[in-house]
Design a binder for this molecule. Structure first.
Ligand code: RIB
Length: 304
């Protein structure tokens, strides 16, 4: 693998998306409007967001030997990602996500991990040159936590910055917390992980476990950065026409990784991630609204 600036443990899912009028109640049947098969997976979405912003990105991923896996490889090559760390597992189908989008643009998602769950610590070996030299190593909770922990330990040992999107929110191993330099939960994930409904208290609880910085995405309320012994930084959300929030958090994480890999100072890095996430909500699916570097600059210039 060549020296990518960002290394991503890239979960991959084929997203099956339909739009429904309201959240489903148990026992209820609703009619969906249309069915789309789209690229997804929190890790893949973040990696693509990062690469679109002009930052070289390598992925380590588990794919099935199937059409879904082919779709991932075609996408990643088109987006210019380094795919040498991709493993194919003939015994499992590629990851799949069932996504319901509501008129507000909000969504509900069920993920079936498939080949994402086949990744093991030993698979890091083939990718370790790229992992060691990356400035930022990022992951979500859609790949096995043991792999993330080993990757973060390796990154740390080689001076890399580690970034975890704790989605879906799972109990993290005690040893993983202090290996996380930057954590990017949404408000619900923060509450689940910290046991605190209040964002400031929740972030403080996670900082006390050893996380370096907690960046909370707050949907229509923007985002907030919490660090030990530093004042919190809140940024309001951009007012945009929301079509679909699928992948907005992943875009935020990918854009933040891109900015931090370029040693962008925190306030500017946060502003870029906040804007990229807003742009992502303006189109359907996880990828269509993700900006290029030029589109992001234009958006920021128009939304000062
Ligand atoms: O965050 C959005 C993503 O969550 C979707 O692309 C879906 O695949 C699930 O991983």
């Amino acid at each position: 693998m060549s020296a990518a600036q960002v290394f991503c443990l890239a979960s991959w899912n084929v997203d099956w998306v339909t739009r429904i009028a309201s959240p489903l109640a148990p026992g209820q049947t609703l009619t969906g409007a249309g069915l789309q098969r789209l690229p997804g997976g929190k890790g893949s979405n973040a990696a693509v967001a990062c690469a679109r912003l002009g930052v070289s990105t390598a992925v380590l991923a588990g794919l099935g030997q199937d059409a879904g896996g082919d779709m991932a490889l075609a996408l990643w090559r088109e987006e210019g990602l380094d795919t040498q760390g991709v493993r194919r597992f003939p015994s499992e189908p590629s990851g799949t996500a069932l996504i319901l989008v509501y008129p507000s643009g909000d969504n509900s998602i069920v993920v079936i991990p498939g080949a994402n769950a086949c990744l093991k610590v030993e698979h890091l070996e083939a990718a370790s040159p790229a992992l060691r030299s990356a400035r930022v190593v990022m992951a979500s909770c859609e790949v096995p936590l043991a792999v993330t922990q080993a990757a973060f330990a390796l990154a740390r040992a080689h001076g890399g910055l580690t970034l975890l999107n704790p989605a879906p929110a799972l109990p993290l191993p005690e040893a993983l917390w202090p290996l996380v330099d930057v954590l990017t939960p949404n408000a619900g994930e923060l509450a689940q992980l910290s046991g605190q409904a209040d964002v400031t208290r929740g972030a403080a609880a996670l900082l006390a476990r050893g996380v370096g910085a907690v960046v909370v995405t707050l949907g229509e309320n923007g985002c907030a950065l919490f660090r030990r012994d530093q004042p919190a930084l809140f940024l309001p959300a951009h007012r945009v026409q929301v079509v679909d929030t699928v992948g907005a958090g992943d875009t935020f994480t990918g854009a933040l990784a891109a900015a931090l890999a370029q040693t962008t100072p925190w306030p500017k890095a946060l502003a870029q991630a906040n804007a990229a996430a807003a742009m992502a909500t303006q189109a359907r699916g996880a990828l269509d609204g993700m900006p290029t570097r030029e589109a992001l600059q234009d958006f920021l210039a128009q939304h000062r």
